[in-house]
Design a protein around this ligand. Structure first.
Ligand code: BDR
Ligand code: CA
Length: 308
């Protein structure tokens, strides 16, 4: 399995990338980086820290620093001002390439038709631009797996129906969802069903591996955010890790539904909402396989492996 990961690292992005790096038979070809959780300068810096930590040979391509048509709130209040918990100093050794991420997304697919899986764990700005550059992109990638959306409207941003990656660039998500004939979707609501305990995480972190050491440092701000927002029963959630689990081990998907998913673009309450034709009333063909339940033990095993 050869992956191109479009990402805005991000604490859960980091975990997802560690999982892919550690998975037997998986090779990360490239990170195409986008602004989202925090600005592009910081998401690129974090991609570099990941490459250093993993001693990996993937290329890092700098992409878009803001959405196609607007730039709403970022997620620094969850991930820290630098996106990685505000604990790392200096700059990584790994440097980004010159080529723009959208161009790299096209070139890599053209050079390896049918070979690569594209996993998107950030706003879809780079991918939408790549689609405009190369409309055959869906034929050139083997699979597209998207982390995004809240499929019954229980989102995680100020516009309560929407999820962060879609809300950050709704126009880009609209382009991808309406022009990519079929993709796999791991949404925020599935993420909330697949939380894991701090105790389990602490045990996995005892491996002391470079990945575990980095993750232990950068996840502090997320833990604090969760503990403050849900003091009764704080648990760890990692949306991008769930999308990566579905990518790496599709056989561990226990339930899914194939439906048409569209993106709300109008200003107001439904901007950035993922609108799912649950009752198949529009006659539009399904464009997404929506994850509903993943084998929790396998999800946790994949995270543990990523941190080992
Ligand atoms: C998504 O938003 C970001 O904050 C996370 O990294 C994840 O990709 C979850 O809504
Ligand atoms: Ca992300």
């Amino acid at each position: 399995m050869r992956l191109v990961i479009d990402t805005d690292p991000g604490v859960d992005d980091a975990l997802a990338i560690m999982m892919a790096h550690a998975f037997p038979g998986c090779r990360i070809e490239a990170l195409t980086v986008v602004g989202g959780n925090v600005g592009l300068d910081m998401t690129l810096r974090n991609a570099g820290f990941l490459k250093d930590t993993l001693a990996a040979d993937f290329a890092i391509y700098p992409g878009c620093g803001r959405g196609l048509c607007w730039q709403p709130e970022n997620a620094a209040f969850v991930h820290g001002e630098d996106g990685f918990g505000d604990v790392l100093e200096g700059q990584p050794e790994a440097a980004p390439e010159q080529e723009h991420a959208a161009s790299a997304l096209v070139r890599l697919a053209q050079e390896n038709p049918g070979e690569l899986t594209l996993v998107t764990i950030g706003p879809l700005t780079n991918v939408a631009l790549a689609l405009r550059l190369e409309p055959r992109l869906p034929e050139l990638y083997q699979r597209l797996v998207v982390m995004g959306g809240a499929v019954t409207g229980r989102g995680n941003v100020s516009n309560i129906s929407a999820e962060f990656n879609i809300y950050t660039d709704p126009e880009a998500a609209h382009i991808v969802f309406s022009e990519w004939p079929f993709f796999e979707l791991a949404d925020w609501e599935a993420t909330m069903v697949h939380q894991f305990t701090f105790a389990a995480l602490d045990e996995w972190l005892t491996s002391g591996s470079p990945s575990a050491q980095l993750y232990a440092r950068i996840c502090g701000q997320v833990r604090k955010f969760v503990a403050e927002s849900e003091p009764q029963d704080p648990k760890m959630r990692a949306a991008d890790a769930l999308a990566m689990a579905m990518t790496l081990e599709p056989a561990s998907v226990l339930e899914s539904a194939e439906r048409h998913v569209a993106v709300g673009l109008a200003p107001g309450m439904t901007r950035g909402m993922t609108v799912v034709d649950w009752n198949k009333r529009t006659g539009r063909p399904a464009n997404a396989r929506i994850l509903q339940r993943f084998d929790q033990a396998r999800f946790e095993a994949l995270i543990r492996q990523g941190l080992s």
